[in-house]
Design a protein around this ligand. Sequence first.
Ligand code: G
Ligand code: G
Ligand code: MN
Ligand code: NA
Length: 254
Amino acid sequence: ISLEAAMFQAVREGEFLLYYQPIVDARTREIQGFETLMRWKHPTLGMVPPARFIPIAETNGLINLLGAWALKAASVQLKQFEEVAKRRLYISVNISPRQFRNDKFLDVLDDALAFSGLSGEQLVLEITEGTLMVDPIHAETILSKMALRKARIAIDDFGTGYSSLAYLKRFPISVLKIDRTFIRDLPGSQKDGAICNAVLDLAKHLDLSVVAEGVETEEQLHYLDDRGCQYIQGYLTGKPMPANVAMTALKEST
Ligand code: G
Ligand code: G
Ligand code: MN
Ligand code: NA
């Protein structure tokens, strides 16, 4: 059977899981929150990477079902993380273009918040520049409704999409996630360094938080910390991990 057909079966069989990657304070390395990353554990194919199944789900619409489940399950999971950590944390969830455009999206968001008891500020929704640019007028409406619920918006893969900086002025955005392609060759690459500095400077003046993605070395972390990047996400400070492993990481982080 095709991968697509297998996905419908996988939903019924409960083969989709959520992994969590720590987002840490660059200076203290204390875990501040987690990005939720979907995984598919197929009985014979093993772990199917999201790069293979998300585009299919985006095409056939299954992303709406999977995404609603992820948002709710991750919100509930965050409550358990907070019990272990005994402090406030946040959860970041990727929202695909099709989910963002879906009429039911705000209901899905309200349902996740009500069911989990999280407050809106504890939820970060990661969208790409492309998602915003498909239909900026519609995006503005949806984003302002999300802002009413206090959910925060992060621009994922910042700097890699086709967009204008004007949207940073127009839309209620809280977080920029610097794409890992700009981090990979730090600290050696002058060009990447200049881009990171420019993003950090822009964020500072617009009062946005910055998360550097794909940080794999101590040198990269120090370079970013020295330039005022407050939050780090990457293999250096934690790979995407199952919830039980994330709980152990939290116990060690607090
Ligand atoms: O975990 P990994 O780095 O393999 O993820 C690859 C890509 O899949 C990420 O860039 C991310 O945007 C996407 N992805 C992972 N989990 C989710 C999810 O729950 N929802 C959506 N829409 N995309 C996801
Ligand atoms: O597009 P998005 O930012 O949602 O993608 C996150 C993806 O980046 C996940 O698939 C995750 O597995 C991957 N990732 C997270 N940290 C690192 C890292 O330090 N290095 C690399 N190469 N990939 C990473
Ligand atoms: Mn992301
Ligand atoms: Na990203």
